[in-house]
Ligand binder design. Structure first.
Ligand code: GLN
Length: 538
């Protein structure tokens, strides 16, 4: 029978609940259990596709084309599994399903109410993974913090699941602040947040405390006493140097053993060694590799910055670790190059440049100049989606004599639209139907024999995830290739350009896809791996 671990949060948001959930999953998995995870987002958006990255972090793309909260990315990376889009539940999805059923008369004349109709809809959705596959554990992370109006029905639904006899463990993640002036860690916010949870009818089985330093015994006893849990069930989750080490911290706290004990399950397997070795190795890497990410989602301060490109950052790390170098990532705002082109020379201090995915006008010309600088100066370059489109624009302008080349995303009337919308997108854009209408999810590509990308993937047929509306315009392919750029991967029908490269450059590779979504800590993405190898050589 499936076991549910429900993860709620208290005190403040941004505690790393996603990492905590993924790490609980990881430790159970390392002890031999089949684990998957789900994320509940209480917002009204149907999915994360229309959310601005600076507002809510990166939009994660699943194999089946879901546009999801970035936490699903953590789950996939930690657990090394593909997670389908229905593992993300939002208020928008739940309500639209309930209203649709009501319109079809499915509730047989009943008054349709938040309880039981909305909560039943939520429970059915939470149960779906276990209905479809034999998971030992399904972790369910509920977004937001306890006390928010918007997650009340989700909490009610999971409370009912336990009451109905399902095997449910409640984990509450809270914050224990350290007040400098007092020099003391304070447990009161935790006490208040657990009080709110108990008012809803949920008794936490475990309280996981996020804090700067390990939780001491005095605080542990206090939390146990006032939150009505056993001391052993207060788990310290202090800051660590690397997110992948959190699961080992939980092992130190014997969290897996304690969860299993509560569920009368036995621990009959221990596969921790490989993971421990991996953490040990990345902690000792000394030789740095300096990678610059030229982006634009920086406008609201540095704290949000990394979240907008989290999968790109993780993919750089995975590849760097695989090549025994310590990744040092710098953020480069492309608008700087538009103001002062002499700043381009600063790129020489780096070992490799990435232009990641992006939308809209701002900073475009700065990105194009950075790409040109990489091409002309033998600086390793990796272009991801928009990063490929702009590399094509740059090449067309400066190597094919098409000075007016552009993408029609920026210049609708470009005289040389080298990047253009695919025909099926035209009416979608005219009708402003923006939600879930891009080219989304996994698509296959056929790689050119003997090309750089084919060697990196060690395969002629690959599949990567996509999220875009624009493509290389087939009308310009021949002209561009005649000037030396190689489109080394295409869609199986040969119409869409999926990969490109410059054969004589140390590393100048780009893709229309987002290979960062398939990079895993112990299995780096081939394109990132090749990029880091070239950067390391520099
Ligand atoms: N804005 C571009 C497009 O829609 C690129 C998107 C991306 O980089 N993911 O095609």
């Amino acid at each position: 029978m499936v076991n549910y671990i429900i993860v709620t949060g208290g005190v403040i948001s941004g505690l790393g609940k996603g990492i905590t959930t993924a790490s609980i999953g990881k430790i159970l998995q390392l002890h031999g259990y089949k684990v998957t995870a789900m994320k509940i987002d209480p917002y009204m958006n149907f999915d994360a596709g229309t959310l601005r990255p600076t507002e809510h972090g990166e939009v994660w793309v699943t194999e089946d084309g879901g546009e999801i909260d970035q936490d699903l990315g953590h789950y996939e990376r930690f657990l090394d599994i593909n997670i389908p889009k229905y593992h993300n539940i939002t208020t928008g999805q739940v309500y639209s399903a309930v209203i649709e059923k009501e319109r079809k008369g499915k509730y047989l004349g009943k008054t349709v109410q938040p309880i039981p109709h909305v909560t039943n809809e939520i429970k059915n959705r939470i149960r779906r993974p276990a209905d479809e596959s034999n998971w030992d554990f399904v972790l369910v992370e509920i977004g937001g913090t306890v006390g928010d109006y918007e997650n009340v029905l989700f909490l009610e639904a999971v409370r009912q699941m336990k009451q109905e006899g399902e095997r449910v463990i409640f984990v509450h993640v809270t914050y224990v602040p350290m007040l400098d002036a007092l020099g003391e860690a304070k447990t009161k916010p935790t006490q208040h947040s657990v009080k709110l949870l108990r008012e809803i009818g949920i008794m936490p089985d475990f309280i996981i405390t996020r804090s700067e330093k390990p939780l001491d015994n005095v605080r542990r006893e206090k939390i146990a006493m006032f939150c009505n849990v056993h001391e052993d069930d207060v788990i310290s989750n202090e800051d660590v140097d690397n997110i992948y080490a959190v699961s080992l911290l939980f092992e130190r706290e014997e969290l897996c053993k304690k969860i299993l004990r509560k569920l009368n399950l036995r621990k009959d397997h221990n596969d921790l060694e490989g993971w421990e070795k991996f953490i040990k190795k990345i902690r000792t890497l000394k030789n740095p590799v300096h990678i610059g990410i030229v982006g634009k989602y920086f406008d609201i301060g540095t704290s949000q910055l990394s979240d907008s490109y989290i999968s790109v950052i993780e993919a750089v790390k995975h590849a760097a670790w695989n090549n025994n170098v310590d990744p040092q990532i710098s953020w480069i705002d492309s608008k700087e190059f538009e103001k002062d082109s002499s700043k381009l020379r600063n790129l020489d201090n780096l070992d490799g440049i990435i232009v990641p995915g992006g939308f809209g006008h701002s900073g475009i010309e700065g990105k194009i100049s950075a790409i040109r600088y990489c091409r002309e100066n033998g600086l390793p370059y990796l272009g991801l989606c928009l990063g490929m489109q702009l590399a094509v624009v740059e090449y067309a302008r400066n190597m094919c004599g098409l000075m007016k080349a552009h993408t029609t995303e920026i210049d609708k009337k470009a005289s040389h639209p080298v990047i253009d919308v695919i025909p099926e997108q035209v009416t979608i854009l005219q009708e402003s139907r923006y939600g879930a209408t891009m080219r989304l999810g996994a698509y296959p590509a056929i790689l050119k024999k003997g090309s750089i990308v084919q060697k990196l993937y060690d395969s002629e047929k690959v599949s990567e995830r996509h999220r875009h509306r624009y493509e290389v315009n087939p009308e310009y392919v021949e002209k561009i290739e005649r000037s030396g750029l190689v489109f080394s991967g295409r869609s199986p029908d040969g119409i869409l350009m999926e990969f490109m490269e410059l054969p004589k450059h140390p590393y100048y590779v780009a893709t229309q896809a987002h290979p960062e979504f398939k990079s895993r800590p112990l299995k780096p993405s081939p394109l990132f791996d090749g990029f880091i190898k070239a950067a390391k050589k520099r």
